[in-house]
Write a protein that binds this ligand. Structure first.
Ligand code: CP
Ligand code: NVA
Length: 329
């Protein structure tokens, strides 16, 4: 499997074989790390730029630790730490950074920005999240499911909440590519865009996947293996959407009722960060304004035995390592 020199911008760009290869490589790199095998020669001497126009905990730390483990060096540019967009175009930035770095990670707003960066950089560009897609998260998520269930095929994967944004889009595409049964279970205003749904249904014809959109929680969650959710308001969205989101998406909160329809051994997943209690500034503000203690998932489910969210978070690092190693190594 040759991925050297490739960008990693969105899941639609990859074949099922390539995605499975990255999942297997992630599991292998995780195993090596757990066994204390040095990976320091894998990207020895490489320089990597990390551009974050939005904040991050997992993605930034994963790129940094993965790079360090494999012998590479990183430069972190924070949301205010570069000229990008304000004084210098993406095309010019790409042509400068491409002369200095062997690979560039970019987290930002429109998908067109990361696509432009890749067009001009002449080195591999990795999408660390845009409004439309979050591909590195996909490898970690599928790796986590494979680790837990031993398989991906035939898994019923239910996504609840805002399915129109980066996570819903990317998960639908990934499930379609990997022959899984994907369900977006949410208010119909939050279904993924029709064009992408149709594209995924076409992919599904080839892979044996199924794509279902439903507003019915009982039918949507029936016999689910995985129930997944994400924040109701994403980074970069205005504060005044909270009230409507809470009203529209509360029926699609992941809670004990939703899990009562799922398989007995079903798991809970979330890309994180999650609003499951009041121990965050925003969680507390929302509580003061709307009187709720949690949002997309109850604390009961988040903290339960079913929750594999911290394995999933750890797997961000192993899978980002695989993406960098496969495209640069
Ligand atoms: N899941 C995820 O991308 O987390 P961060 O925003 O912390 O990077
Ligand atoms: N949909 C979320 C994902 C965070 C990892 C956001 O874009 O903020």
């Amino acid at each position: 499997m040759v991925l050297k020199g490739r960008n990693f911008l969105k899941m639609l760009d990859f074949t099922p074989e390539e995605i499975n290869y990255l999942i297997e490589l992630s599991l292998q790199l995780k195993d090596e790390k757990k066994r204390g095998i040095s990976q320091a020669s894998y990207l020895s001497g490489k320089n990597i730029a990390l551009i974050f126009e939005k904040t991050s905990t997992r993605t930034r730390c994963s790129f940094e630790v993965a790079a360090h483990d494999m012998g590479a060096h990183v430069t972190y540019l924070d949301p205010s730490g570069s000229q990008i967009g304000k004084k210098e175009s993406i095309a010019d930035t790409a042509r400068v950074l491409g002369r200095m770095y062997d690979g560039i990670e970019y987290r930002g707003f429109e998908q067109t920005k990361v696509e432009d960066l890749a067009k001009y950089a002449q080195v591999p560009v990795w999408n660390g999240l845009t409004n439309e897609s979050h591909p590195t998260q996909m490898i970690a998520d599928m790796m986590s499911i494979k680790e837990h269930f031993g398989t991906l095929s035939g898994i019923k994967f239910v996504y609840m909440g805002d399915a129109r944004y980066n996570m819903g889009n990317s998960l639908m595409v990934t499930c379609a590519k990997l022959g899984m049964d994907f369900v977006a279970c949410t208010n119909k205003e939050y279904f993924p865009e029709e064009a992408l749904v149709n594209e995924c249904k076409n992919i599904a014809k080839e892979t044996g996947a199924t794509i279902t959109l439903t507003e019915d929680v009982a039918a949507g969650c029936k016999d689910a293996d995985v129930i997944y959710t994400d924040v109701w308001v994403s980074m970069g969205e205005p504060d005044d959407v909270w009230e409507k989101r809470i009203k529209d998406l509360s029926p699609y909160q992941v809670n004990a009722k939703a899990f009562s329809y799922a398989k007995e051994n079903a798991v809970f997943m979330h890309c994180l960060p999650a609003f499951h209690d009041l121990n965050t500034t925003i969680g507390q503000q929302i509580h003061d304004k709307f009187g709720i203690d949690c949002m997309e998932v109850t604390d009961e489910i988040f903290e339960s035995e079913r929750s594999i969210v911290f394995d999933e978070a750890e797997n961000r690092m192993h899978s980002i390592k695989a993406v960098m190693y496969a495209t640069l190594g």
